[in-house]
Design a protein around this ligand. Structure first.
Ligand code: Z5A
Length: 220
């Protein structure tokens, strides 16, 4: 049974995904009985443990497909324990990164074959697919600078440490996903001020679910 709505946020580093999830969650809470904001890799204790290992670079030597397997293991736990039950309760689930990140990050260099990643994705998701995906599009130079500024003195993680060419490839990958699945994906210009990005996201939600326009209505 699946009555809820599943929204994912994708894009490069520092694109503003976490910021926009917080804003959308606040707005949706005035309309919906339950809003769950979560993230990948992570969202459950087991998946958060895998997150620490992967982002510290502890799985890099497995190669792109090996890392994709670990992200997928974390995703299966996340879907089973958090996402599927929340959707079955009728919640809006907002997720910071999901399967498109595996397609983009682990697929960018061609080290993991696209058809193998597609099979892995189908097995991992078990039919739990986003209703709507926001691809926050931003020049990687700007995104990396935002991430650097936020980090302060701390070191870059496994993926932030990749070179600019890799981050440019990621941007192309995400835009390619949006072109291939226009019914699911909305590309949002993430270089705009935070408020404008939030309005673009809210407009797309209203277009997708016009009932949200009714102030105070409790989404069933
Ligand atoms: N990964 C993978 O390889 N495969 C997978 O399957 C999955 C993930 C699921 C997770 O890292 C890493 O795992 C990720 C991909 C890989 N790569 N990295 N690194 P993460 O969760 O730690 O990092 P992230 O997902 O890239 O998020 P982020 O760097 O925290 O960025 P963000 O959430 O998109 O941005 P933000 O935190 O909302 O904003 C960043 C800063 O910019 C902050 O100071 C904001 O105040 C500022 N900001 C936000 N919006 C604006 C606007 N509009 N204008 C100006 N400034 C802004």
């Amino acid at each position: 049974m699946r009555n809820g709505r599943f929204i994912t946020f994708e894009g490069g580093e520092g694109a503003g995904k976490s910021t926009q999830i917080r804003r959308l969650a606040t707005r949706l809470r005035t309309h919906a009985r339950e809003v769950v904001a979560t993230r990948e890799p992570g969202g459950t204790p087991l998946a958060e443990r895998l997150r620490s290992i992967i982002l510290a670079g502890g799985a890099r030597d497995f190669g792109d497909f090996g890392e994709a397997l670990l992200f997928s293991a974390a995703r299966i736990d996340h879907i089973d324990r958090i996402i599927r039950p929340a959707l079955a309760r009728g919640a809006f689930v907002l997720c910071d990164r999901f399967a498109d990140s595996t397609r983009a990050y682990q697929g960018a260099r061609g080290g993991a074959e696209e058809n193998m990643l597609a099979i892995l994705e189908a097995v991992t998701l078990g039919g739990v697919r986003p209703d709507l995906t926001f691809i926050l599009d931003l020049a990687p130079e700007i995104g990396l600078e935002r991430a650097r500024a936020r980090r302060g003195q701390g070191g870059a993680d496994r993926f932030e440490g990749e070179d600019l060419a890799f981050h440019a490839l990621l941007r192309d990958k995400f835009l390619g996903i949006a072109r291939a699945e226009p019914e699911r994906c909305r590309v949002v210009d993430a270089a705009k001020p935070e408020d404008e990005v939030a309005e673009a996201i809210w407009s797309a939600c209203l277009e997708q679910w016009p009932l949200l326009a009714t102030e105070g209505r409790q989404w069933a």
